[in-house]
Design a protein around this ligand. Structure first.
Ligand code: FAD
Length: 426
């Protein structure tokens, strides 16, 4: 059993949706493009799962957040794919790939061949078991990566209103889930080994602003330790979380957000890997010229920093996907991908954006007791990164623009004094 397409996108997440739209803009013909996805729905904006999807009142539900609404573009419903002659193979796991033969083999035994392959397999949530712990299968332990996870999290959360939730992990999944659990009236304790939240990005000063805000909302933080085991009842539900420091937290539910791992396994030994992802060039092309990789799974050259990076952010998934399609369909016209890393989060009524790189010295600015504040990172004499909480559209645009320019900074004190004014004046 087999089918052949000119273009195949493996994975049906954010990048796949944005790639599909770009293919149609560039004139793909009916029957040429196929998307294969393990998920049971067509591509959607994954960030919604830890935000609007978890709200107690008027929660976001599909079809409202199918791609590409996140970039104010068309919303691609199942009907849209049909009308554009795009074959979407849902609920189907691809179990092996043969790059030399240009074929994929699905778990249902179908062989799908391609002329061009775009790998958009994203990443999976790391499990407790990968850290030598057990308990992921418990009825009230939740992860959050896809729609099935989010639906389950909502069910578990609704059965625990007024009860105790323990959030394992202090990254953005932990932070966004903790906020949603509080909004749903659960008592939340966050546990993580680092000294503060969002340790890979936040400075201690930035983190303490958010932590104070969370504490005011009733969240408790236990830092510098990790869980060691769960206590379970006879129904296989967690009743308490035991920590390495010897303490013990009663739990009606647990949310685990301890990182992700890119889904590269199908291509190990067939394509060159770097930074845990599939290495691509500035056209998003892998070591086999018929294969492209985009989104969380791609390690691509970030021109601005002169090095290869793998990013796990929605904006990078959207833009790298468009770039790959442009490179495939208009190879003569396309330049190297020139991407400014961008990441954002929204919790409670707070909202921040970050552009560039958080390397070098940090200069904080603004009112840390008010609503708008931020930071610049200055590395080897140049401004390389900017963070802003509570900005307006114009202010976010200004920090994005100034970060891309990488201006030379001679006087850190002066930059601190000018604060946001520096970006607005550039
Ligand atoms: P994904 O969107 O993960 O899609 C991968 C797809 O491939 C999935 O459908 C998967 O099922 C499928 N797949 C994988 N392997 C196979 C296989 N072998 N066979 C068939 N199908 C397969 N980023 C931000 O910048 N800001 C945010 O606020 C933010 N919030 C987030 C909130 C949540 C809850 C999550 C999980 C992520 C969030 N992100 C955020 C990150 C962002 O969503 C990802 O960077 C983005 O989804 C990556 O897109 P992708 O297409 O590479 O991968």
């Amino acid at each position: 059993m087999g089918r052949a397409f000119v273009y195949v996108i493996l994975g049906g997440g954010v990048a796949a949706g944005y790639a599909a739209l770009e293919f149609t803009k560039r004139g793909v013909s009916h029957g040429e493009l196929c998307i294969i996805s393990e998920e049971s729905v067509v591509p959607y904006e994954r960030p919604a799962l830890s935000k609007g999807f978890l709200l107690p009142e008027a929660p976001a539900r599909l079809p409202s957040f199918h791609t590409c609404v996140g970039a104010n573009e068309e919303r691609l419903t199942p009907k849209w794919y049909k009308e554009h002659g795009i074959e979407v193979v849902l609920g189907t796991w691809v179990k092996s790939a043969d790059v030399k033969r240009k074929t994929l083999l699905t778990a249902t035994g179908e062989t799908i061949s391609y002329k061009f392959l775009i790998i958009a397999t994203g990443a999976r949530a790391l499990k407790l078991e990968e850290f030598g712990l057990t308990g992921s299968d418990a009825g009230n332990v939740c992860y959050l990566r896809d729609l099935a996870d989010a639906t389950r999290l909502v069910d578990v959360m609704q059965s625990c209103i007024g009860g105790n939730a323990v959030v394992i992990g202090g990254g953005y999944i932990g932070m966004e889930c903790a906020a949603s659990l509080v909004i749903n009236k659960l008592n939340v304790t966050m546990v993580f080994p680092e000294a503060h939240t969002m340790a890979r990005l936040f400075t201690p000063k930035i983190a303490s602003y958010y932590e104070d805000y969370y504490i005011a909302k009733g969240v408790k933080f236990i830092k510098g330790t990790v869980m060691s085991s769960f206590d379970m009842d006879s129904d296989g539900k967690v009743t308490a979380v035991n920590l390495k420091d010897g303490s013990w937290l009663p739990a009606d539910m647990v949310v685990v957000g301890i990182g992700i791992r890119p889904n590269t396994a199908l291509f190990e030994g067939q394509l060159t890997m770097e930074k845990g992802g599939i290495k691509v060039n500035g056209r998003m092309q892998a070591s086999d010229s018929s294969v492209y990789a985009v989104g969380d799974v791609a390690a691509f050259p970030v021109k601005l920093f002169g090095e290869t990076r793998r990013l796990e952010h929605v904006d990078s998934a959207r833009k790298s996907a468009r770039h790959a399609v442009a490179a495939i369909m208009d190879p003569e016209k396309i330049n190297e991908f020139d991407y400014l890393p961008f990441f954002y989060s929204r919790v409670f009524t707070l909202s921040w954006q970050f552009y560039g790189d958080n390397a070098g010295e940090v200069v904080h600015f603004g009112d840390f007791s008010g609503n708008t504040f931020g930071a610049y990172w200055v590395n080897k004499g140049n401004l390389v990164g900017s963070f802003l909480e509570g900005g307006s559209k114009e202010q976010y645009e200004a920090i994005s623009k100034v970060t891309r320019l990488r201006p030379a900074i001679e006087d850190l004190g002066e930059l601190e004094k000018l604060g946001l004014g520096y970006a607005l004046a550039e």
